[in-house]
Design a binder for this molecule. Structure first.
Ligand SMILES: [Fe+2]
Ligand SMILES: [Fe+2]
Length: 262
């Protein structure tokens, strides 16, 4: 099984980049499954969230599941985007929040379980990631899955790697999202778990995490901070994506992909 995972897509330019390049990437890598994090697709004052239109455009491109994070409920359409069955939000956010945290994708006679988790380093008051994952895996015990992917949306590398090691032999991949910064540590952990601390964003370079740095500078350097509308950065769009190979539910490879340098 080949799985293509795309990190936090930022804004319309990130979406348009995928509309241009994803067909070629599909031809080049021939993935069985494509999953993408879409928590920053909406362009609003928060610079975050997901709209139905953006989700549908991504799905039309062949993205079978769209994961989220701390911004899963920030889109201008509120929670209605979670009516779409292929949209996920963090499993451990609690039942009072709209949406679902896990789903099973089926393609080419293969079944992939996808779990979306948010770390306590990103939202401190969520349920413990460890127990949420354990409960989901138990619920899927009789599903004969060919692979299990976790999009772990968090700030802390320690939190991500600890959870990955906690589930060696039980999951196929734990891929980090949220910081928008691609890390170099793609590797296979013992027990066949593909791991990377952060896949990185698919969005405009040249700023702070895909955005004009002004509002971040104001937030972190100014007393009496007043939130101001977020604007996108204006550099060329960069791709944060990894390709994971899974055999017999255990990962055998993980690599970063780049359309300019295949
Ligand atoms: Fe996030
Ligand atoms: Fe994000």
């Amino acid at each position: 099984m080949k799985l293509l995972f795309i990190g936090d897509i930022v804004g319309q330019v990130g979406l348009e980049y995928l509309e241009k390049h994803l067909p070629n990437l599909k031809n080049q890598y021939n993935p069985d499954f494509i999953v993408a994090n879409g928590e920053n697709l909406a362009e609003n004052d928060f610079g975050a969230g997901l709209t139905k239109q953006a989700a549908e455009r991504l799905h039309h491109l062949g993205v079978q599941a769209i994961t989220g994070g701390n911004h899963s409920w920030d889109g201008s359409e509120g929670s209605t985007v979670h009516d779409l069955e292929y949209v996920l939000r963090p499993l451990n956010r609690g039942k009072n929040w709209a949406g679902r945290g896990g789903l099973i994708l089926e393609q080419n006679n293969l079944k992939l379980g996808v779990i979306n988790i948010v770390g306590r380093s990103a939202i401190p008051d969520v349920d413990t990631p460890f127990l949420a994952i354990e409960n989901q895996l138990e619920a899927w015990q009789d599903k004969n899955l060919d692979g299990i992917l976790i999009d772990f949306h968090g700030e802390s590398v320690f939190e991500k790697i600890s959870i990955a090691y906690a589930f060696t032999g039980k999951i196929s991949a734990l891929l980090g999202t949220h910081t928008h910064v691609p890390t170099l540590d793609t590797r296979i952990l013992e027990g066949g778990v593909a791991y990377v601390s952060d896949v990185g964003m698919t969005g405009p370079s040249g700023g702070a995490q895909g955005y004009d740095p002004a509002s971040f500078v104001q937030r972190f350097c100014t007393q009496g901070y007043v939130k101001q509308p977020m604007k996108l950065a204006t550099g060329a769009v960069e791709l944060g994506a990894v390709l994971v190979e899974i055999v017999g539910s255990r990962a055998t490879g993980i690599q970063r992909i780049n359309p300019e340098h295949p």
